[in-house]
Design a protein around this ligand. Structure first.
Ligand code: HSE
Length: 354
C-alpha cells in the first residue's frame, strides 16, 4: 500500500482540520483511495513544532484546544517552529503549507513552498500569496524539480473550481469570469441585511472560521484580488499583478445601503471579475455590485461562493459551493493529495508500459 508522509506547515484551522480528517477517516480514505496518509511533522508559529519520523499520533494533539497546544512538551517537540529545517531536512513526501496569506510579497509561505520544491517534495497549499504573486515561477520550479505544486484551496476552498477549469473545459474558449469569491464578505453582506452591525458580522465570520487572520483582506477585497489573479492565470492563461486588478471592498457599504437595495429587489455582492478584450488583453477588477435578483450570483448566500465562467460554446457555466471554512478548505488539500497520487500512479503505469 502506498503511503505519503506529510509535513504540516502551520497548524491553524485548516491543517488542524486536515489532521482531523486523517485521524478520523484515515482508514476509510485508505480503503477508498488506495493510499495511506501519515503526518511526520507539524510546525506552528504559536504551538512550536513536533517531528516524529515514525508518525505523529494525532488524536492526543487534537484533544487539546487549539489555543492551548504546546508541541514543545512532547518528545520530538520544540518551542521554535523550525520551518526551514522541517521543510528542507525532515524526510516527507508532501509539504502541506497553510500559514497565513501575505498579499504584499507572499512571505514567509513563498519560502516554505520554494524550499519544499527544491528539496524534491510535492507541495499542497491553500496560501493565496505565493500562487497569485509568483504562480508561473513556482510552477516552472516544480516542473524543473519533478514535483507537483497543487493549490485547489486557494480559490473557493474545497469546491473543485480550479480542477474543473483545468480538466473539464477542453475545446471551450473561456472569455471571462465573474464570481463571489470571498465567504466572509458574502456572509457579512447577508448579516447586514438581517440587521447586524458591520463589526458584529465580521466577528461572527471570524468565529465561524471564514475570515483571514486579519479580516481587512476579506472586507477590503484584497483576498478576492488574489483569487482573481489566480483564476486569470488558470482559466484565461494571463498573468496579472495586483496593480492590474483595481480593488474596492465592502467597508464603505452601510447596513442602510444593503437594506435599501434589498427592498428594491437588489443584492449587494462583492464581485471579482475578468474578461478578455477584443485585442486579447484582460481587464479585471474587484468591486461591490448591486445585482438584480435574476443574476446567477444574486442568490448566493453566506459563505457560499460561485463562479460564472463565460465560454464561447456553452455560454455561462456557473460553479457553486463552499468558499471558506476549515473542513471545506482541508478537503481542498485532500483533493490535491488525491491529484498527486493520481499523477504519480499514471507516471508509474506509463513507465511500466514504456
Ligand atoms: N477568508 C477567505 C474567505 C477564506 O472568507 O473566503 C477562503 O479563502
Amino acid at each position: 500500500m502506498t503511503r505519503y508522509d506529510l509535513s504540516l506547515i502551520g497548524f491553524g484551522g485548516v491543517n488542524r482540520a486536515l489532521a482531523e480528517l486523517i485521524a478520523e477517516r484515515g482508514d476509510a480514505l485508505e480503503a477508498e483511495l488506495g493510499f495511506a496518509l501519515r503526518v511526520v511533522a507539524i510546525t506552528d508559529l504559536r504551538a512550536g513544532s513536533l517531528v516524529r519520523t515514525d508518525g505523529i499520533d494525532l488524536a492526543p494533539l487534537l484533544a487539546v484546544a487549539p489555543g492551548e497546544l504546546d508541541l514543545s512538551v512532547l518528545p520530538g517537540g520544540s518551542r521554535d517552529p523550525r520551518n526551514e529545517w522541517v521543510v528542507k531536512e525532515v524526510p516527507s513526501d508532501i509539504v502541506v503549507e497553510a500559514t497565513f496569506t501575505n498579499p504584499e510579497d507572499g512571505q514567509p509561505a513563498l519560502s516554505h513552498v520554494c524550499w519544499a520544491i527544491e528539496a524534491g517534495k510535492h507541495v499542497c497549499t491553500t496560501n493565496k500569496g505565493p500562487v497569485a504573486l509568483h504562480g508561473p515561477a513556482l510552477r516552472e520550479l516544480a516542473e524543473r524539480h519533478g514535483v507537483r505544486l497543487a493549490f485547489e484551496g486557494t480559490v473557493m476552498s474545497g469546491t473543485p473550481v480550479l480542477r474543473t477549469a483545468r480538466e473539464m473545459l477542453g475545446g471551450l474558449a473561456v472569455t471571462g469570469f465573474e464570481g463571489i469569491l470571498n465567504g466572509t464578505s458574502n456572509h457579512v453582506l447577508g448579516r447586514l441585511e438581517s440587521g447586524l452591525t458591520f463589526a458584529d458580522a465580521v466577528a461572527e465570520a471570524q468565529s465561524l472560521g471564514y475570515a483571514e487572520a486579519d479580516p481587512t483582506a476579506d472586507v477590503e477585497g484584497y483576498d478576492v484580488q488574489l483569487k482573481v489573479m489566480i483564476l486569470a492565470g488558470e482559466v484565461l492563461g494571463t498573468r496579472l499583478t495586483r496593480a492590474d486588478v483595481p480593488c474596492t471592498g465592502i467597508s464603505s457599504l452601510t447596513p442602510e445601503d444593503v437594506r435599501r437595495a434589498a427592498a428594491e429587489g437588489l443584492r449587494w455582492k462583492l464581485v471579482g471579475s475578468a474578461r478578455r478584450r477584443p485585442d486579447g488583453t484582460v481587464e479585471a477588477k474587484v468591486a461591490p455590485v448591486a445585482l438584480p435578483a435574476e443574476h446567477p450570483l444574486a442568490g448566493v448566500a453566506g459563505p457560499t461562493n460561485a463562479l460564472v465562467l463565460h465560454t464561447d460554446l456553452l455560454g455561462a457555466i456557473t460553479l457553486g459551493g463552499p468558499g471558506a471554512g476549515r473542513t471545506e478548505t482541508a478537503y481542498a488539500l485532500l483533493s490535491d493529495i488525491i491529484g498527486i497520487h493520481a499523477a504519480r500512479s499514471a507516471a508509474l503505469t506509463g513507465a511500466g508500459r514504456g
